[in-house]
Design a protein around this ligand. Structure first.
Ligand SMILES: Nc1ncnc2c1ncn2[C@@H]1O[C@H](COP(=O)(O)OP(=O)(O)OP(=O)(O)O)[C@@H](O)[C@H]1O
Ligand SMILES: O=P(O)(O)OC[C@H]1O[C@H](OP(=O)(O)OP(=O)(O)O)[C@H](O)[C@@H]1O
Ligand SMILES: [Mg+2]
Length: 284
């Protein structure tokens, strides 16, 4: 018995999905040309599919789980559950209009023509705000629609905003924020649920390690207490004596984002030779 995981065949999510499996110690042979590949060291089969088809495959039980954009679940798979947020492919689904158009509120979309690849998402948004607009479904290059007279507004994925900028559009409403997630089929057998739990444990181990850094620093012994009070450590930090009399080396694990907040404080408190190292796996 194998856990069948669907990942995007090619596109934005493909590379990082494969990398995540690799970081979890799951090796896949010949992922390139085949649409179905078995892992060599984990009871798993990887199905390479078109993104848009994945929610249906999950629903039908053709795939047990999938790595997919949260936005696509909102569009096509609200009945499916998210079991893990994966932290990559962060983006938002937004409404945009030509830069020079006036925009005050959602009401300005009343009676307008909106081009999008995410019709259900837009429809839900319009309904919530009691706005009636005409939807025009297109499958790609949505941002060009207003420039060629196809629509008054668009709804599409925005990340850096450069596609909007290049097409003279401005973002007026953020409908939702998205990232890659692990989603599951509704009726997993107990055996499959156990395998899923194993996979989730590995994923959490990898993700936690990514957020954290191993920090080493040197300081005079009389400054150590103050430095420890600044460090938001895992537990108590490790303290080792240096060859130099009256000095110690202090090791701890901190959240990457916290590091930038406390670095100046650490230096002021007398920390020297600060090293920040990546962590490969982290089991807590
Ligand atoms: N510019 C972006 N920045 C960050 N994430 C993005 C961006 N564009 C898309 N994504 C995310 O990646 C997912 C896949 O996008 P991509 O454009 O590769 O595939 P697609 O065109 O939706 O699907 P298909 O596999 O059918 O071609 C999207 O659902 C979204 O969650
Ligand atoms: O805000 P930005 O950083 O510019 O990213 C947004 C763009 O990225 C995606 O397109 P993609 O490149 O995936 O092309 P596609 O339309 O062929 O899917 C999305 O559909 C937007 O067009
Ligand atoms: Mg795309």
């Amino acid at each position: 018995m194998k856990l069948k995981i669907a990942i995007q065949k090619s596109g934005r999510l493909n590379e990082q999905s494969l990398k995540l499996l690799k970081d979890c110690g799951i090796y896949i042979d010949n992922g390139r040309d085949q649409l179905k590949v078995s892992a060599t060291n984990f009871p798993m089969e990887v199905l390479f599919l078109r993104n848009g088809d994945i929610p249906q495959y999950l629903r039908d039980g053709v795939a047990d789980l999938a790595i997919i954009g949260e936005n696509l679940l909102y569009e096509k798979g609200e009945d499916l559950s998210i079991v893990e947020r994966l932290g990559f492919s962060k983006c938002r689904v937004s409404i945009a209009i030509p830069k020079n158009e006036f925009y005050h509120s959602v009401d300005d979309l009343q009676g307008k023509k909106i081009a999008t690849s995410y019709p259900n998402t837009v429809q839900k948004f319009l309904k919530k705000h009691q706005v009636e607009a005409e939807l025009h479904k297109i499958s790609g290059s949505v941002e060009i629609a207003p420039n060629i007279g196809l629509a008054d507004a668009i709804c599409d994925i925005v990340s850096s905003g450069s596609t909007l900028f290049k097409n003279n559009l401005k973002e007026t409403e953020i409908i939702l924020k998205s990232e890659a997630v692990l989603a599951t089929s509704p009726n997993l057998s107990n055996e499959k649920a156990e395998l899923l739990a194993k996979l989730q444990f590995r994923i959490q181990t990898v993700l936690k390690a990514k957020e954290s850094k191993y920090v080493l620093l040197n300081a005079p012994n009389n400054k150590i207490d103050q430095i420890i009070s600044i460090l938001p450590g895992m537990k108590s930090p490790t303290l080792l004596p240096l060859a130099k009399e009256g000095w110690s080396s202090l090791h701890t694990v901190i959240q990457q984002e916290k590091f930038w907040e406390i670095i100046d404080e650490l230096k002021l408190a007398g920390a020297e030779g600060i090293l920040v190292c990546p962590i490969e796996k982290m089991v807590i």
